[in-house]
Design a protein around this ligand. Structure first.
Ligand code: PMT
Length: 219
């Protein structure tokens, strides 16, 4: 792999959902399977990069044993691991679907059901991507943006707000795109703000195209 695209580059990728506990048997999460982030990790490793993959709770295995995988459960754990590895990486891609809120109170015992409704107070988690953007020095930082309305507008908003070098906009309401399936449709936007579309393709092919854009932009 000596003349591959990303030879010698250190790439840090996050994938999957996070899981936020309510009590020992219940939690909040989302539909992320981890497939997009795992495809990025495998493709980057095949392009010669040294890959660290931070994965939320997913049912996936890596075929490339060279990839350094770190499993986490909560947004807070993902925050700690991403910040620990951030200074040591050249390219950071956040494909994970991190919980924006978690229950303010985590019960030690299983909650009993009562007669009436149950209100659960939620508090904000830390925005990992934004905090990495604030800390960024030489890293090329790529965020994802999962949107259902005005994807381009909101996605470009996140690029600026979170101090990113590029954003991958995922219109998750399009057929064949987004959570859980084996395919995706995305738009890559770097600081030139010129959107580049990647049409419907397997997550592996989408990952390879994204890495080629990133490789071009870090030069
Ligand atoms: O895992 P799959 O089933 O293959 O699905 C892929 C995917 C749809 C999850 C993926 O392509 C995707 O769009 N990931 C981003 C999902 C998301 O949470 O988007 P967002 O717009 O809510 O967040 C924007 C960015 O901020 C993301 O890079 C996210 O990782 C990051 N974030 C969000 C909240 C938070 N507390 N910390 C963060 O770092």
């Amino acid at each position: 792999a000596s003349n591959s695209l990303l030879t010698g580059r250190k790439v840090l990728i996050s994938a999957g959902p996070t899981r936020e506990k309510i009590d020992p048997v219940r939690f909040f999460t989302n539909h992320s399977s981890g497939k997009m982030g795992f495809a990025l990790a495998e493709a980057a490793a095949d392009f010669g990069a040294e890959v660290t993959l931070v994965a939320g709770p997913v049912k996936l295995e890596l075929s490339n044993k060279q990839i350094h995988r770190i499993d986490v459960v909560t947004a807070a754990e993902m925050y700690d691991v991403m910040h620990k590895h951030f200074p040591n990486n050249d390219i950071v891609i956040k494909a994970a679907a991190v919980a924006d809120y978690r229950p303010k109170l985590v019960h030690d015992e299983k909650m009993k059901k009562g007669q009436g409704n149950w209100q659960i107070e939620m508090e904000r988690t830390q925005d990992i991507l934004q905090s990495l953007g604030e800390k960024k020095t030489l890293q090329f930082l790529v965020g994802f943006a999962a949107e259902t309305t005005n994807p381009l507008e909101y996605g470009i908003g996140k690029l600026a707000k979170k101090n990113l070098d590029a954003v991958v906009i995922n219109n998750v309401s399009a057929e064949g795109a987004g959570f859980d399936g084996d395919t995706n449709i995305v738009t890559y936007v770097n600081k030139s703000l010129h959107p580049e579309e990647i049409e419907l393709a397997s997550k592996r092919v989408v990952a390879e195209r994204l890495l080629k854009f990133i490789e071009r932009d870090i030069k």
